[in-house]
Design a protein around this ligand. Structure first.
Ligand SMILES: *Cc1c(COP(=O)(O)O)cnc(C)c1O
Length: 428
C-alpha cells in the first residue's frame, strides 16, 4: 500500500490528498527553518539537563510535605537555565495556565498597587482574576487597581498611551505574547523586549510579566532573554511536550519567583513543600520533547493556513507571515464551516475519534461553542484540538498536534469534511 492508498483507507480521497501534498511541497523550505529552530532549542534543553546532572533519582515519587524533593528542585533549575532566568517554580500543584498567572500576579502585587496591561485585554480567564469581571477573590477585591492600554490597530504597542498610563502606583506590567481569541497579531519576543525596555526607561522598578502561553520554543529566545522579570505558562501546552499530565511554570527574577512560591504554598514555606507524587519523569521527558513537539504543531498551523488561504478563506496568521505562537484562526463565514472543520479534527484523533462534536451552550460564553479534542491529557491544547464559537464571523481556532504527521492528517480530514459538505471546493 502506498501513502496515497493509506490515506484513502483512513478516509482521505485522492483529490484532498493530492491538494495537501502540493501545499506541503511548497512549504518545504519553511519547514526546514522550523526544524533548525527545534534543533537549536533541543540543544538548549539538553544543555540545561546536562548542566544540572539530571539522573534517574530525579524521577522518584515523593509524598506528604515533599521536603527535599530533588527531582522537583532540579526540574526548576532546568527550567531556569533553559529560560536564562534566575529561578523557576515548576509544579504539578499549579493547576493550569490561568492559575500560574494568578499566582504570579497575586504574589507580587499588594493593596494600593496598580497592574498595567500594555498588550490590551488579557486572556478571557484573567478577567475574573484581575476583577475586570467582578469575581470572588479577584485582585480588585484586595484593592489592586487595573489599567489597560490597547495595542494600536496594526498590533504595535501604543507607547504614548503606555507612558501616560504609568504612574506612582504602577507595580506590574502585563504583556501577553499570544493573541488568544483576539484578532490582533501575536507579539514576537523582540517586540516584547522593546516594550519592556520602554517601560523600564520610564519606571525601572516595574515588574514586567509575560504570559508566554503557546509561545515556548517557537523562537530561539524567550521573553526572559529580553528583560522579562517573570514569564509564565502552562505545562499542558508547549513546554509539557504532551507528556506532562498537569502543571504550570513561572520563571524569572529570584525574588519575584520566591514571592510566587510563598503565594502558591504558604508564607514561610514557599518552595520547600510540594510533593510531586511521581509526575516528574513526565515533566522531564515532556520538556525534553517540547522543542520538536512545538515544531510539529507549528508546521500544522502553517499548513492549515496555506490549505485554507488558497481555498479563499480568511486565515490569521496568513500563509506567509512569521510565527510567534502555535494558534491558527480560520474564518469560514458560516456555522457549517466551523462545525465540519471540528468534526474533521475529532475524526482524526487517536482518542474518541468515533465521537461527533456538536455546538453547545458553555458557561462563560455568550454563544454556542463547538470543541474538538481527542487528547491523551484532558484539555491539552498542545495536542491536536480546535474550537469555535457559533457566531459571526464563524471562525475556528486550531492548535497543536504532537506530531506534524498527525496535525497534517487532522487538517486533511477537516478539509475532507468541508469538501463533502460542499463548503470547500478543490479545483480539479
Ligand atoms: C491558555 C492560555 C491561558 C490560560 O491557560 P489555561 O491553562 O487554559 O488556564 C492564558 N493565556 C493565554 C494566552 C493562553 O493561551
Amino acid at each position: 500500500m502506498n501513502l496515497n492508498e493509506m490515506y484513502q483507507k483512513m478516509g482521505i480521497d485522492n483529490d484532498v490528498y493530492t491538494y495537501g501534498q502540493k501545499i506541503a511541497e511548497e512549504l518545504k523550505e519553511r519547514f526546514a527553518a522550523i526544524d533548525e529552530t527545534a534543533e537549536y532549542n533541543q540543544l538548549k534543553v539538553l544543555h540545561a539537563m546536562q548542566k544540572n546532572r539530571v539522573s534517574d533519582i530525579h524521577f522518584a515519587a515523593t509524598s506528604g510535605y515533599g521536603y527535599n524533593d530533588l527531582g522537583r528542585d532540579t526540574m526548576e533549575d532546568v527550567y531556569a537555565d533553559t529560560f536564562h532566568a534566575e529561578a523557576g517554580l515548576v509544579r504539578p500543584q499549579i493547576t493550569c495556565g490561568t492559575h500560574a498567572l494568578a499566582v504570579a500576579l497575586a504574589a507580587n502585587l499588594r493593596p494600593g498597587d496598580e497592574l498595567l496591561a500594555v498588550s490590551g485585554k488579557p486572556y478571557d480567564t484573567l478577567e475574573e482574576v484581575i476583577g475586570i469581571r467582578p469575581s470572588n477573590g479577584s485582585l480588585a477585591e484586595y484593592g489592586i487597581t487595573y489599567h489597560q492600554v490597547d495595542l494600536k490597530a496594526d498590533s504595535s504597542f501604543d507607547l504614548d498611551g503606555i507612558r501616560a498610563a504609568i504612574n506612582e502606583k504602577t507595580k506590574m506590567v502585563h504583556i501577553q505574547r499570544s493573541k488568544g481569541y483576539q484578532t490582533r497579531k501575536t507579539l514576537s519576543v523582540t517586540e516584547i523586549g522593546e516594550v519592556i525596555a520602554f517601560v523600564k526607561s520610564i519606571k525601572p522598578d516595574v515588574i514586567c510579566m509575560v504570559d508566554n502561553c503557546y509561545g515556548e520554543f517557537v523562537e530561539r529566545i524567550e521573553p526572559t532573554d529580553v528583560g522579562a522579570d517573570l514569564c509564565v505558562g502552562s505545562l499542558i501546552k508547549n513546554p509539557g511536550g504532551g507528556l506532562a499530565p498537569i502543571g504550570g511554570y513561572i520563571v524569572g527574577k529570584e525574588a519575584y519567583v520566591e514571592n510566587c512560591a510563598y503565594r502558591l504554598t504558604s508564607p514561610g514555606l514557599g518552595k520547600e513543600v510540594g510533593a510531586t507524587l511521581g509526575v516528574m519523569q513526565s515533566f522531564y521527558q515532556g520538556f525534553f520533547l517540547a522543542p520538536t513537539v512545538t515544531a510539529g504543531a507549528l508546521k500544522g498551523a502553517i499548513f492549515a493556513a496555506n490549505v485554507y488561504e488558497k481555498l479563499g478563506f480568511d486565515v490569521l496568521p496568513n500563509g506567509t507571515e512569521s510565527r510567534h505562537d502555535i494558534i491558527q484562526a480560520i474564518t469560514f463565514g458560516k456555522p457549517e464551516g466551523v462545525i465540519e472543520f471540528c468534526k474533521g479534527i475529532q475524526a482524526a484523533a487517536p482518542v474518541d475519534s468515533y465521537v461527533e462534536p456538536e455546538p453547545w451552550a458553555m458557561p462563560g460564553y455568550d454563544s454556542d461553542v463547538i470543541m474538538a479534542a481527542g487528547a491523551f491529557v484532558q484539555g491539552s491544547s498542545i495536542e491536536l484540538s480546535a474550537d469555535g464559537p457559533i457566531k459571526p464571523p464563524y471562525a475556528v481556532y486550531f492548535q497543536g498536534g504532537l506530531t506534524w504527521e498527525h496535525a497534517k492528517f487532522g487538517i486533511l480530514m477537516s478539509l475532507q469534511k468541508l469538501k463533502n459538505a460542499g463548503i470547500a471546493k478543490l479545483e480539479a
